[in-house]
Write a protein that binds this ligand. Structure first.
Ligand SMILES: [Zn+2]
Length: 157
């Protein structure tokens, strides 16, 4: 394999971890979704509470950062511009409501906690995504459940 092919394979793996992070967090919140890594990688979510959306948004770049051993900011700047835009918008709205950025920070921590707790699920879902290219929330749930994790709402700390 050429260096270029290796770089492509590596990049696909980063994307799979990123989208698996979003997927595992969405599953934890019991949200229905579909996830695609071919073409334009994305997680399509049913409309939901901006707080939960924030947690799910953080989980993608956080999973990628953990796998790639990079800091979150680097990942957001290079691979997560849509995620960064959403978090920026959310942060502006919360600031207007007088909550400043505390909520953003709380949801970042909640997302980290989900990934820490369910990292084996992120690994399993990313491997499956690489093989299939796309998954539904039911398929993700099956993998996550096989590993013994239940869906529920993480509490804010
Ligand atoms: Zn993302």
């Amino acid at each position: 394999m050429s260096t270029n092919d290796n770089a492509k394979v590596q990049r696909k793996r980063y994307i799979a971890y990123h989208e698996a992070g979003h997927a595992v967090a969405a599953d934890r919140h019991g949200v229905a979704f579909s996830v695609v890594i071919d073409g334009q990688p994305r997680v399509e979510l049913a409309p939901l509470d901006p707080d939960i959306a924030c947690c799910i948004t953080y989980a993608g770049p956080l999973a990628q950062a953990r796998y790639q051993k990079r800091c979150l900011t680097t990942v957001l700047l290079t691979h997560g511009s849509a995620d960064a835009d959403f978090l920026d918008q959310q942060s502006v709205q919360w600031r207007l409501m007088g909550w400043e950025n505390r909520k953003l920070e709380q949801w970042r921590l909640a997302a980290s906690e989900i990934l820490r707790e369910r990292w084996t699920a992120v690994e399993a879902v990313s491997a499956r995504l690489l093989a299939l290219g796309r998954m539904t929330s039911d398929e993700v749930r099956e993998i996550v459940a096989q590993l013994g994790y239940l869906p529920d709402n993480p509490t804010l700390r």
